[in-house]
Design a protein around this ligand. Structure first.
Ligand SMILES: C[S@@+](CC[C@H](N)C(=O)[O-])C[C@H]1O[C@@H](n2cnc3c(N)ncnc32)[C@H](O)[C@@H]1O
Length: 346
């Protein structure tokens, strides 16, 4: 969730997009410090964490809800595949300073579920992958989890974890040539026969609809058992959305992909248009009111004073989490139903 900034130099739009990772990681750091979330790794990936101020309660709560919801979906998907004994792959698009790999690998998420992960691949622009690789090199808490790692340019490859620089707006042929293991490409990073979960956390909105659709379709066409989770903003054609877009524009950030799918129904159509038979989408507002354990809601409500519940709900109403599974469409329904605690709807 991006705050307004009043003054901003004109700069390369891609630089402004890369810098949105700073907003995401600083929001996470703030939510961790206030004990909404438990994540010992984020402070290692944020430069000069001690100098960063806390974010407002509304941002901390939003960060908590999206993080918990996505973690829950990832763990459910891992559990489903662990039950069948299959090795799996996770690909995080625009991963930035994301810490999920370390939280999985050290058992903070889902016990020993990470043993089934054959490859955890993160993709981002070279400037961001280089920064992350430097942080990994200097922090034992991060590099000791990887084992031996080969670093070349802005990429790193270890036994399971890999990070690779790439502009995701590139064509499917580039993805095919760079990522897929084959007889011609024995060093390719991904095996198309393994169940593969693609995480798109606040990244597709920075591309055009054609570019993000092409990515989804490529994963759907290329992998035998693809699964996708998307988190980002939506429904920005109201006054709240216009203010958000203006604030971003003042920082030289535009959201070329955000208006293509303005409702939650459109967000599920986004998958069905691109090769997935069905999909689910929930706003963060609905996830907070219906799917977060009431004990947890009670715990986080005691962390900080929230002035305006209405304002929180307005913000949460403009972010969603969606997911789709090509060959196992019902996996996550039990999660959704079992966590449901009230009947309010969006
Ligand atoms: C808002 S940050 C989100 C970071 C992380 N996924 C998270 O949720 O905390 C967006 C990230 O997507 C990356 N990104 C955006 N467009 C991209 C593109 N075309 N190719 C590669 N990375 C991109 C940015 O560099 C940035 O790291």
């Amino acid at each position: 969730m991006l705050p307004p900034r009043l003054h901003s130099r004109r700069r390369n739009p891609d630089e402004s997009i890369r810098q949105t990772d700073g907003d995401a990681s600083q929001a996470r750091l703030s939510a961790v410090r206030k004990r909404y979330l438990n994540d010992p790794f984020i402070a290692l990936l944020v430069p000069q964490p001690h100098l960063l101020p806390s974010r407002p309660p509304l941002i901390n709560i939003g960060t908590y809800i999206r993080s918990e919801a996505i973690d829950e979906l990832v763990v459910s998907w891992l559990q489903h595949n662990a039950a069948s004994g299959s090795k799996v792959q996770i690909v995080s698009l625009g991963a930035g300073s994301d810490t999920r790999f370390w939280r999985l690998a050290t058992g903070l998420l889902g016990g020993d579920l990470s043993r089934s992960i054959a490859r955890y691949l993160e993709l981002d622009f070279a400037e961001n992958t280089s920064t992350k690789i430097r942080a990994i090199q200097v922090n034992k808490e991060l590099n000791s989890v990887l084992g031996e790692a080969q670093i070349s340019g802005a990429s790193l490859v270890s036994d399971v974890y890999a990070i690779r620089d790439m502009d995701l707006r590139n064509s499917r042929h580039v993805l095919q040539d760079i990522l897929i293991k084959s007889d011609e490409q024995p060093l390719g990073l991904l095996d198309t026969s393994l169940p593969t979960l693609v995480l798109c956390e606040c990244v597709l909105c920075y591309m055009t609809q054609e570019q993000s659709d092409s990515l989804l379709k490529w994963f759907s066409d290329t992998f035998d058992q693809p699964a996708v989770i998307i988190y980002e903003m939506y429904g920005l054609n109201d006054s709240f959305g216009r203010v958000m877009k203006d604030n971003l524009r003042s920082r030289n950030v535009t959201l070329p992909g955000v208006d293509a799918y303005p409702t939650l129904d459109d967000q599920t159509r986004r998958y069905t248009n691109n090769g997935f038979p069905s999909a689910h989408a929930l706003s963060l507002k609905t996830i907070r009111s219906q799917y977060i354990d009431p004990k947890e809601l009670n715990r986080i409500s005691r962390i900080e004073m929230l002035d305006e519940l209405e304002e929180l709900e307005l913000v949460l109403h403009h972010y969603f989490v969606s997911w789709a599974f090509k060959n196992a469409t019902d996996i996550l329904r039990p999660w959704v139903l079992s966590r449901k605690v009230s009947t309010d709807s969006d």
